[in-house]
Design a protein around this ligand. Structure first.
Ligand code: SF4
Ligand code: SF4
Length: 176
């Protein structure tokens, strides 16, 4: 008879969040955070990896379900994060220095945008729940909800525009 070790079924957090001071984001400005603290703020929603449409007249930006070619819909992560710029040179590396110029397109629930604008993190944020799945359970992420940019012609992107949930809203993305 073969024996198996019991498996740890706790989902592993793909974003390192261990060893950080409790609720550091409430006591530090974004500009004062360490690299590890900055990276830990990402909730893993994946929405910054969606292609956007910008209204030429109003400048309003809408998110679409059409994901970047490197986005892995099943994991809700960039499939080649470390070497992504070899394939997608325009992928923005967010930092305190370029926040102001990027705010206009950032998702409403993005932790960086929320903190930059003086708002608290929502109660489903993995830093608060301790569970990387909580962003998905809250219906805020786009895991299993995207379409491929390879298979979606530009003229069809408008058909895939999504309306974002508000930061405190537990409802998922909705069709417009
Ligand atoms: S939108 Fe913000 S919180 Fe969500 S994955 Fe992108 S950087 Fe992280
Ligand atoms: S290159 Fe990776 S991190 Fe950048 S938008 Fe595409 S999937 Fe997201």
């Amino acid at each position: 008879m073969s024996r198996r070790r019991p498996q740890d079924r706790t989902p592993r957090d793909p974003i390192p969040r261990e060893g950080l001071a409790p609720r550091f984001w409430e006591r530090k400005r974004l500009t004062d955070m360490s690299r590890a603290e900055w990276e830990a703020l990402c909730d893993g929603c994946g929405k910054c990896c969606l292609n956007k449409l910008e209204d030429e007249e109003t400048g309003e930006v809408a998110l679409t379900r059409v994901a970047c070619r490197l986005f892995d819909d099943a994991t809700c992560r960039c499939a080649q994060y470390e070497i992504r710029h070899n394939f997608v040179p325009e992928c923005i590396v967010l930092s305190p220095a370029n926040m102001a110029q990027n705010l206009y397109w950032m998702p409403q629930t993005c932790a960086y945008k929320l903190l930059w604008e003086g708002n608290p993190l929502p109660d489903w944020h993995p830093l608060i729940t301790g569970d990387p799945e909580s962003v998905h359970a809250a219906g805020v992420s786009i895991r299993d909800a995207t379409v491929s940019e390879f298979e979606t012609p530009d003229e069809e992107w408008e058909d895939h525009i999504i309306e974002e949930p508000l930061p405190g809203n537990s409802g998922g993305p909705r069709e417009r």
